[in-house]
Design a protein around this ligand. Structure first.
Ligand code: NDP
Length: 384
């Protein structure tokens, strides 16, 4: 197996499952990260990986020094990442954050086996192309994102014409009850404090704005045979149910579990079987009650903006995603306000319209243009 994004939150959870499995269950071919050579070297030693690769070539000397004498091969730079992702394996975890993960995920999808996809931005930008590449190579794409994994489990191969709607649940993030006026003053440290999930910074901010759920609606439209208007979002603060499928006979199948990424990752790792995990079990009696409410589209406009980008099609989801990545970074750097994130994404979409995205080159061009546009727009005072 190979883990792309091995030093991140999802990568780490994946490596924990590997380390806890009976010896000899898994053989790690390659681990990939960006620039965190020290953490990557420690991870490679931990799971006895054959190869460790950093995308940022300037981190290669540190990686080399940290793994000297271990026999673990090292490499650096974008081409080395693609080469590592292209080594044929049975299973790949695609957990690089952002559209930066697209080339490596594409390379993995072209190589056969199973690709477990946490990197939702890849699906948002180039889902159709990723499916086409996977299909041509006989690769199985499995969703590792907890909501989509839940839907996948609840669908269990049922014919599309039996599905009435699917429901993605959302914890609602740390500002679920906050009036919009109060959100103006949210600081990065407030937004990084998610009430339920422990995740990387980007997806944590996306959860706070609910752009995460918007991206997930697009991701669901790409993964499942259900039109966008039958993909619903329901706020469920206890995060016990991760996804629901409602069938045409009125049955609803929900997947439940603890809010722990090791559960959906393990599902894709053992699929079509199951494997033992050491995760905390969901204790329904102590949970007592679970609640649901509709999302507030006025206070969380990112959800509406994402749905509109999905409906517009073409490169609009790519522009949405790229502008959001820029906006999240600017917010974390204190250069725009919390409410500026969704506003900047909307402004970038307004400015760029809906270019066609017939192939990967067009997607990459739209991504680059959207990043430049979002940076230009952010220089004005409107997003403070
Ligand atoms: P983190 O920020 O914790 O980790 C990101 C990983 O990607 C790190 O290993 C980082 O390496 C690596 N990386 C970043 N840029 C590059 C690059 N250009 N080339 C190679 N590697 C790169 O993110 P998460 O683990 O939280 O999230 C990963 C993905 O999974 C995201 O798309 C997220 O939306 C999705 N996801 C995450 C969930 C979670 O619980 N965390 C839940 C569901 C989905 P380095 O450390 O060297 O910077």
């Amino acid at each position: 197996m190979t883990v792309l994004g091995a030093t991140g939150s999802v990568g780490r959870a994946t490596l924990e499952l590997i380390a806890e499995a009976p010896p000899g269950s898994f053989e790690v071919v390659a681990l990939v990260a960006n620039g965190n050579a020290t953490a990557l070297a420690a991870a490679a030693r931990w799971v006895r990986a054959r190869r460790a690769v950093v995308a940022d070539a300037s981190a290669l000397p540190t990686l080399q020094a940290a793994l000297a004498g271990t026999g673990i091969a090292v490499d650096g730079g974008p081409a080395a990442v693609i080469a590592a992702a292209s080594i044929p394996v049975d299973w790949t975890m695609a957990a690089i954050v952002g559209a930066a993960g697209l080339p490596a995920t594409m390379a993995a999808a072209a190589g056969g086996g199973i690709v477990s996809i946490a990197n939702k931005e890849c699906l948002v930008c180039a889902g159709r192309m990723l499916h086409a590449v996977a299909e041509a190579a006989g690769t199985t794409l499995l969703p590792a994102d907890s909501e989509h994994n839940a839907i996948f489990q609840a669908l269990d191969g049922t014919a599309p014409d039996s599905i009435e709607r699917i429901v993605l649940t959302a914890s609602g993030g740390p500002f679920r009850d906050w009036p919009r006026e109060r959100m103006r003053a949210i600081r990065p440290e407030d937004a990084l404090n998610h009430p339920v999930w422990r995740m990387g910074a980007k997806v944590t901010i996306d959860s706070a704005t609910m752009m995460n759920k918007g991206l997930e609606v697009i991701e669901a439209a790409c993964l499942f045979p259900v039109p966008a208007d039958r993909i619903e979002v329901l706020v469920h603060p206890e995060a016990a149910i991760h996804g629901i499928v409602q069938y045409i006979d009125g049955s609803m199948l929900a997947q439940m579990g603890p809010p722990d990424m090791r559960v959906p990752i393990a599902h894709t790792l053992a699929w079509p079987r199951r494997m033992t995990t050491a995760t905390r079990r969901l204790d329904l009696a102590s949970l007592g009650r679970i609640t649901f409410e509709l999302p507030d589209y006025q206070r969380f406009p990112a959800l509406t903006i994402a749905r509109e980008a999905l409906a517009a099609g073409g490169a609009a989801p790519t522009i949405l995603n790229a502008a959001n990545e820029v906006a999240v970074r600017l917010f974390l750097e204190g250069r725009i306000g919390f409410l500026g994130i969704a506003a900047l994404v909307a402004a970038a979409l307004d400015r760029l319209g809906t270019p066609a995205a017939p192939d990967l080159d067009a997607v990459l061009e739209a991504d680059a243009t959207a990043r430049r546009t979002a940076l230009d727009l952010a220089a004005g005072p409107a997003f403070a």
